[in-house]
Design a protein around this ligand. Structure first.
Ligand code: HEC
Ligand code: HEC
Length: 204
């Protein structure tokens, strides 16, 4: 799902530059890999890499890229699992596979912690609040009351409609296979009902 190929290439150039400094002066100032135990250095290096994420996920937490979800304030365990799943290709997304493989395993953990600590961004209401579709009650069993997420399942409340409806469709059509429960549930719900749910959930 790449809707802006030039942007992606520009980003990859930045990531490559961060991974291997181009000249000696840069090497002296900022090594590609932090000296073990030097937390400040690790933070500076990772900080620069994480700025790249903002290109699509937004520097205020509101995504700029149409297909990119809100990741600020998502549960840390969920973020980490997704980054691992992209890295191991258990979850398919050309762009995120590139991004996740540009980070080391240790950096995946730091990236997850970094975005989980941010506050979920306030978003202008785009849809009028509707009454909940009946099946939404089932979702709360794992996604928690009001679908704010928890250890068992990620936050859905207030996520972008376009992303939710597409994520649900991918589970239903077997394109996203990194959770068997979600696949089975989404297969059993009609596309029209999934849309109604996504609309309601994005308005929470
Ligand atoms: C070129 C745009 C782009 C960049 C840059 C980017 N992402 Fe993404 N990201 C996306 C898109 C698009 C998706 C949705 C993928 C899908 O549809 O499955 C996504 C999904 C994710 C998800 C899954 C969220 C969820 O709710 O399941 C995480 C986590 C994530 N990105 C983290 C990052 C991190 C960390 C970085 C920086 C290292 C980053 N992204 C950089 C476009 C981008
Ligand atoms: C049995 C527990 C369970 C129930 C019930 C459940 N989910 Fe989930 N859901 C999960 C888990 C766990 C994940 C994370 C899967 C992964 O690791 O990618 C998830 C992920 C999702 C995602 C993707 C989120 C993202 O950021 O990409 C959506 C959308 C979603 N669920 C919608 C729903 C809806 C709508 C319902 C109710 C009809 C529902 N779920 C019911 C466990 C559940």
């Amino acid at each position: 799902m790449i809707n802006n190929v030039p942007t992606v290439f520009a980003i990859l150039v930045v990531l490559a530059a961060l991974a291997g400094p181009a000249n000696a002066a840069e090497i002296a100032e900022q090594p590609a890999v932090a000296t073990p135990g030097n937390a400040g250095e690790a933070e500076r290096i990772l900080g620069a890499k994480l700025l790249v994420c903002n290109t699509c996920h937004g520097e205020n937490g509101l995504p700029k890229n149409a297909s990119a979800p809100i990741i600020w304030g998502l549960q840390e365990n969920y973020l980490l699992k997704q980054l691992h799943d992209f890295q191991s290709r258990d979850r398919d997304s050309d762009v995120m596979i590139w991004m996740a493989t540009a980070l080391t395993p240790a950096e995946l953990g730091s990236a997850a912690a970094y975005f989980a600590k941010k506050n979920w961004p306030a978003r202008p209401a785009t849809v009028a609040a509707t009454s909940p579709p009946a099946a939404v009650a089932v979702c709360a069993a794992c996604h928690q009351q009001n679908l704010v997420g928890g250890l068992a399942a990620p936050r859905l409340a207030g996520q972008k409609y376009e992303y939710l409806v597409e994520a649900m469709r991918r589970f239903a059509d077997g394109e996203r296979t990194n959770n068997a429960d979600m696949r089975r549930m989404m297969e059993a719900i009609s596309p029209a009902d999934r849309e109604a749910m996504a609309r309601y959930i994005s308005g929470l």
